[in-house]
Design a protein around this ligand. Structure first.
Ligand code: C5J
Length: 232
């Protein structure tokens, strides 16, 4: 067992084993975040998601400096939509459905500009990118294998949206035995009420799905671990 650090979190402190912890960044995609994109076309206020970018970029920098495994996910589908179940495809207003032309290419289709991650959080070549057809990052993906191969037992969960893909992934992870810390200012919802309640639901009942903590509580723990800059 490696050394652990104590993270002050809700519903109480958690011992984090940083050697076996990964940062997972859920669906920070242009289609969801950019003005003019799919999210906004559905009538959503994308500013609610954009405010996640800055704190998440700071957490990502700290995780990279600490040598932590970083995993990015993207929700989307094959161009022929063969991996999109009819129940998902036929939902929503016509012309604003998955695969329809949008401001940034076909909506939520792999390879399109809108499907990719916003520039501020662009994955490094060395980082894992998981393309997922569902809301949860475990369903029909290689995520379980990536985590097992890297001996990961704990996850820092970030991204969008809090009540949809962040929640689904956290619940899937919790059922698989991972301890999840949902980073409260690094997750976002289009709906302020869902953001608040979504976070409360994670830590309720003694941490029924996991813990919540702000990035500011986690970053110093990562910095302590990062190798010192060489003196010049
Ligand atoms: C949604 C997501 N909200 N990434 N996707 O459809 O949460």
């Amino acid at each position: 067992m490696s050394e652990t650090v104590t993270l002050e979190a809700l519903p109480g402190p958690i011992e984090l084993d940083l050697d076996h912890t990964a940062l997972i960044i859920i669906d920070m995609q242009r289609d969801f975040l950019l003005p003019g994109g799919f999210g906004e076309a559905l009538g959503n206020d994308v500013a609610q998601l954009q405010r996640v970018v800055e704190p998440l970029a700071a957490l990502l920098d700290a995780a990279r400096a600490a040598g932590m495994l970083v995993i990015h996910t993207r929700e989307g589908h094959l161009p022929d939509l063969s991996d999109c179940p009819p129940a998902k495809l036929h939902r929503g207003a016509p012309s604003k459905r998955i695969g329809d032309p949008g401001a940034f290419g076909r909506i939520l289709i792999r390879g399109e500009y809108g499907h990719d991650i916003v520039d501020e959080l662009a994955p490094l070549d060395t980082e894992v990118v998981i393309d997922k057809p569902g809301k949860g990052a475990f369903y029909a993906t290689e995520l379980s294998k990536v985590l097992a191969d890297n001996q990961i037992t704990q996850l820092l969960v970030t991204g969008v949206t809090t009540e949809v893909c962040v929640h689904t992934t956290t619940r899937e992870a919790n059922d698989r035995g991972f301890e999840c810390v949902v980073v409260s200012d690094c997750v976002g919802s289009y709906f302020p009420g869902f953001q608040r309640v979504g976070l409360e639901m994670i830590a309720a009942q003694g941490g029924i799905f996991g813990w919540t903590a702000p990035g500011a509580a986690i970053i110093p723990l990562l910095k302590e671990r990062a190798p010192a800059e060489p003196a010049v």
